[in-house]
Ligand binder design. Structure first.
Ligand code: FES
Length: 110
């Protein structure tokens, strides 16, 4: 079992947005097969999925629609929609997923 996933589920307000419903330039926390992920659709229509667990010490990043970044409320780390670090203290990028692969990953899980 994925302990991090279980902890996260417990404190979530069950986000429901489907990545396919995102408009270009829009980002949101979504639930993919029970897993909390960050989704963003870029101006070309491509969907980018990242893990919302901050790589500093594990708070949940939030979507910043003004800057189109994932920002951590705990110590201020900021990440691009592709997961790369913009500002620390986090040093590692957010884990990134291929949206197509994500389906495969989650179906193997269940
Ligand atoms: Fe995200 Fe510290 S846990 S900045």
């Amino acid at each position: 079992a994925n302990v991090v996933g279980q902890l996260i589920k417990g404190k979530l307000n069950s986000p429901k947005t489907n990545p396919d419903d995102l408009a270009k330039g829009e980002g949101a926390v979504v639930t993919l097969d029970g897993h909390r992920k960050g989704a963003y659709r870029d101006d070309d229509g491509k969907i980018h999925i990242v893990d919302t667990t901050c790589t500093h010490i594990g708070c949940e990043v939030e979507w910043n629609s003004g800057d189109r970044t994932w920002d951590c409320p705990c110590h201020g780390s900021r990440f691009k929609f592709t997961g790369e670090v913009i500002e620390g203290p986090a040093e590692k990028p957010l884990q990134k997923y291929d949206y197509t692969m994500m389906d495969n990953l989650t179906s193997e899980d269940s």
